[in-house]
Design a protein around this ligand. Structure first.
Ligand SMILES: [Fe+2]
Length: 308
């Protein structure tokens, strides 16, 4: 048991959108397993049966809530911490009943902490190198190209009204630690039980919202194949391919039908359990990306009208 309670993983995110049919097409094209379950869609990766996300139909797109997982012994400790911090515990939303702790974050985003499996990895996720043999053609015909194989969710990036307040809330209440930041523009946080360089990240905005959800694929080749398949399906607004500096991962972002983004990622840095990683403040122009195309202006726009 750690000194103080800390969540170890993102259990799932729940997004509300105006059209489930549109969501089904987008996420299926992206490479996720999409199932209709009751009145929502569930999102799963190619590996395992964990439900990483749900999509519900509402009038507008917004991040409905995020569920974080903790170990069993930490749940009562979280309850005490929330009560001692003056954070009001809420009843679960009608269709999402559970035995978790429900409350709102520093800028109103609804969240839940519940006991659940550690979905964050216990070791670094390796990047599969391309295989090359002499004397043969190593690339397949385009029509035989592999379908993208999403392994798991890596992180979510949220817009926040205050980077410092976000860091304070997510470290003091959820028990995450700061991995790195760039001034008051972006910040990245990891879990102390071993996780990717960031499981939650923040970008400054004038209101809360969801910027992107990031999904791990096994190779840079798969990032390219996924990006091409999405273009073929009509999802042409993107940023990438490139490589970040903070997190080190290769990336390609595809804009979803509602103006937020889905990221294909591989090669993200890993922070082992109990490591004393020293979070630093990096110049934005050095830390954002090592290489890649110019950032499209729509990439940094918060399209969420208000928090639901
Ligand atoms: Fe990302």
């Amino acid at each position: 048991m750690t000194e103080s309670p800390s969540i170890h993983s993102i259990g799932e995110f729940v997004l509300s959108v105006p059209s489930l049919r549109q969501a089904e097409h987008f996420y299926t094209s992206f490479g996720l397993g999409v199932r209709e379950e009751g009145n929502h869609l569930s999102l799963r990766a190619a590996c395992g049966d964990h439900r990483w996300g749900r999509v519900v139909e509402r009038e507008r797109k917004f991040l409905h809530h995020v569920t974080f997982h903790c170990f069993e012994e930490d749940l009562p400790r979280f309850k005490s911490r929330l009560e001692n911090s003056g954070i009001r515990l809420l009843d679960p939303p009608a269709e999402f009943g559970s035995d978790g702790l429900w409350f709102r974050g520093h800028d109103g985003i609804l969240m839940e902490i519940r006991v659940g499996p550690k979905t964050s990895p216990d070791e670094i996720s390796e990047v599969k190198p391309p295989s090359y043999e002499a004397g043969v053609r190593n690339a397949p015909y385009r029509r035989l190209a592999q379908k993208v194989e999403i392994q798991r969710l890596s992180h979510i990036l949220l817009f926040t009204t205050g980077i410092d307040k976000a860091i304070e809330f997510y470290t003091n209440v959820l028990g995450l630690r700061l991995s790195d930041r760039s001034a008051d523009v972006v910040a990245f946080l990891h879990a102390v039980h071993g996780s990717d360089h960031h499981i939650v990240a923040f970008a400054q905005s004038d209101r809360p919202g969801l910027h992107h959800v990031s999904w791990i694929v096994p190779s840079v080749d798969q990032i390219g194949l996924g990006a091409m398949a999405m273009t073929d399906q009509g999802y042409k607004k993107s940023w990438g391919t490139g490589r970040h500096v903070l997190g080190s991962n290769y990336f390609h972002y595809i804009q979803d039908p509602w103006g937020s983004w889905c990221e294909y990622a591989c090669g993200i840095d890993y922070i082992p359990a109990c490591m004393d990683w020293v979070g630093k403040d990096h110049p934005l122009e050095d830390g954002f990306y090592l290489w890649g195309p110019d950032v499209p202006p729509e990439f940094v726009v918060n399209v969420e009208s208000e928090n639901g």
